[in-house]
Ligand binder design. Sequence first.
Ligand SMILES: CC(C)(COP(=O)(O)OP(=O)(O)OC[C@H]1O[C@@H](n2cnc3c(N)ncnc32)[C@H](O)[C@@H]1OP(=O)(O)O)[C@@H](O)C(=O)NCCC(=O)NCCS
Length: 194
Amino acid sequence: MSDLSIGRGFSEDERSRVAALYWAAFGTKLRTAFPDQERGLAVIEASLRPDNTLIARTPAEVRGVCGFHADGTGAIDLSWSTLRRHLGILPAVRAAGHLAFLDSGSRPATLVLDGICVDDRARGQGIGTMLLAAADDLGRSMGARAVQLSVIETNPGARRLYERVGFRPVSAGRLGLLSAVYGFDRFTVMRKDL
Ligand SMILES: CC(C)(COP(=O)(O)OP(=O)(O)OC[C@H]1O[C@@H](n2cnc3c(N)ncnc32)[C@H](O)[C@@H]1OP(=O)(O)O)[C@@H](O)C(=O)NCCC(=O)NCCS
């Protein structure tokens, strides 16, 4: 992966590609919020906030994305006007309720990550590891003392990766009734001191 570079933010030309990667990785979780996949993807594309992403790219294309919380928002900065414009009022109300979980908020002196995904044709080549190392560097440059993320119980591969690079579980939670909506119940919050 010698031609791979990692940087903060993406250009408007890259927006649809970043959204497609995000949707490919998290669409199953997000899908139930929207009337159909096409409109769901359109909302995610319109709501992605470049400043809240680290992007792994080759000269040819974006290969991976790591979102993070900063300035009071995550990588997906949902607004009522975007939901309403793409969905209409009633589906927008429904989507807003379903997507409330995206707002996992910020913690003092902690960089909270918000969805890491790598093109499925490029997984297992170290891109996820490099994005997490870049998140460490970003956290230090922002004065954070730790990086934090959540991983769902049905993703043991991702959890292994996080443990390998130094994250440790600090708490666990359950969605309870909402598990029927999102397709998973338990999640673990993991943290790495910088
Ligand atoms: C998790 C993910 C970001 C890892 O990116 P990656 O570039 O494949 O990661 P690396 O090559 O640096 O490391 C590979 C590690 O990721 C884990 N992994 C998880 N899913 C994987 C997959 N589909 N293919 C390959 N490795 C995967 C493996 O356990 C592997 O660990 P190992 O090297 O100890 O065996 C990527 O698999 C992905 O986008 N998955 C879908 C979205 C997702 O689940 N994101 C995490 C949400 S918490």
